[in-house]
Write a protein that binds this ligand. Structure first.
Ligand code: NAD
Length: 416
């Protein structure tokens, strides 16, 4: 039988399993298994050559019981309603899992942004915000950068929203550039949050991080910062790295700074001096202490999960392991730090950016990262203790905590 890889169906299956384990009544599953609102918009653009083009944009607002909804905006040719809905669900569980007072959302545009000029990118950002201005806002839904969007795109979006509202509203968007109210530490937040989780997981299983062998799939924002932080803070040894073109391996260790230079010069890690070329599939199956999927969804599944040969899987990417893959990792006693816990550092610092934006008073990076450490460490132990209590895997532990918090908020509001 072919494994089901539809992102939203996987997300619904995970929610269903968590509801079953925590004995939530089926009515609760029915309330939580679809977004509160899903909007599709048509974006009409005048291109530089004078032609007209239309793009499809989406926003999925999953659940607002715990607070205004929060989630990034992805620009990708493969964007789909199913993926956006799944990621908006994940954002709901992520914010609840780290206990920040926000709900979950996600947005996207089907576009290959590499084909657009800077003027066209700006115009697309502004058009998207004009179409959605009525349903976003600091007390409704707060977008942020995600795949192929960045602080500059957020700056255009902020400006467009403020023009429509005719006032400053800095907390409508996070991931802004620092001069427009961004937070110190935001660039490294996802990687730092993941590193805090890895530190705690290593204590749990008695793994010495000094010299621990690490393989990272995906050398973008999340993966590249993680390679530097694990090397600097814990003296881990990065033995393999990859990007969309393939991977590189050296059992004696790879210098992440040299890999970054190589990627900046040639746009790939391939060809890095003193490394051997490997495929992305081979990277996942390397013998190592910590495996970090930091690229795509559905890379650890039924077909390869039994070949995963590490002690910890730290999921920096969203949705890298399928439910079938999960079962195999659990049976093989591989310690999984689930995505919506492991990569929650980004949204946590986005929340701190909102807090600073409200005060118009900005903290030094040290204070931001110390607060992040406190929030992530507490969330990590809450999730794994719940998993132990229910004798289930860590993902279910994190789900049970998150769902319980969302249900409590809905009950208090009288929704259920
Ligand atoms: P990015 O675009 O900066 O980097 C993605 C990396 O993955 C690139 O190096 C790219 O070459 C590589 N890649 C693409 N296709 C690949 C393939 N087929 N095989 C191997 N590598 C491939 O993105 P990012 O921001 O680092 O995000 C990576 C993952 O982390 C995504 O799942 C994202 O949702 C998740 N995430 C990121 C953040 C964040 O703050 N950056 C926060 C939460 C979750």
């Amino acid at each position: 039988m072919v494994e089901n890889l539809d992102p939203f169906q996987i997300s619904q299956e995970q929610l269903f399993n968590a509801c079953k384990i925590s004995e939530c009544v089926s009515d609760v599953y029915k309330v939580l298994n679809e977004p509160e609102r899903f909007v599709e918009v048509k974006l009409i653009m005048k291109m530089d050559d004078g032609s007209l083009k239309t793009f499809k944009g989406f926003r999925s607002q999953y659940n607002s019981a715990r607070g205004p909804m929060k989630g990034g905006i992805r620009w990708h040719p493969d964007e789909s309603p199913s993926l956006i809905k799944a990621l908006s669900a994940l954002m709901t569980w992520k914010c609840a899992c780290v206990d920040i007072p926000l709900g979950g959302a996600k947005g996207g545009i089907i576009v290959d942004s590499k084909e657009l000029s800077n003027r066209e990118l700006e115009s697309l950002a502004r058009t998207y915000i004009r179409q959605l201005a009525d349903i976003i806002g600091p007390n409704i839904d707060i977008p942020a950068p995600d795949v192929y969007t960045n602080p500059q795109i957020m700056a255009y979006m902020l400006d467009e929203y403020e023009k429509i509202m005719r006032k400053h509203v800095p907390s409508v968007i996070t991931g802004k550039p620092l001069p427009l109210g961004g937070s110190a530490g935001r660039m490294i937040a996802t990687a730092k949050g993941g590193a805090f989780c890895i530190r705690e997981a290593a204590k749990e299983i008695g793994l010495n991080l000094n010299g621990a062998k690490v393989a990272i799939q995906g050398f973008g924002n999340a993966g590249s910062w993680t390679s530097k932080i694990l090397t600097q803070d814990f003296n881990c040894k990065i033995i393999a790295l990859s990007d969309s073109k393939g991977g590189v391996y050296n059992e004696n260790g790879i210098d992440p700074y040299k890999a970054k230079d190589q990627k900046a010069k040639t746009s790939t890690v391939l060809g890095l001096k003193d490394t051997q070329e490997i495929t992305n599939e081979e990277l996942l199956e390397l013998e190592c202490d910590i495996l970090i999927p930091a690229a795509l969804e559905n890379v650890i599944m039924r077909s390869n999960a039994k070949k995963i040969n590490c002690k910890i899987v730290a999921e920096l990417a969203n949705g890298p392991t399928t439910p079938e893959g999960d079962k195999i990792l659990f049976n093989n006693e591989i310690y999984v730090i689930p995505d919506f816990l492991c990569n929650a550092g980004g949204v946590t610092v986005s929340y701190l950016e909102m807090v600073q934006g409200y005060y118009r008073y900005f903290w030094p990076e040290e204070k931001v990262l110390k607060t992040l450490d406190r929030i992530m460490t507490k969330a990590f132990h809450a999730a794994i203790n719940k998993a132990k209590e229910y004798n289930t895997h860590n993902r279910m532990g994190a789900y049970i905590i998150a769902i319980d918090r969302v249900i409590t908020a809905m009950k208090l509001r009288g929704w259920i």
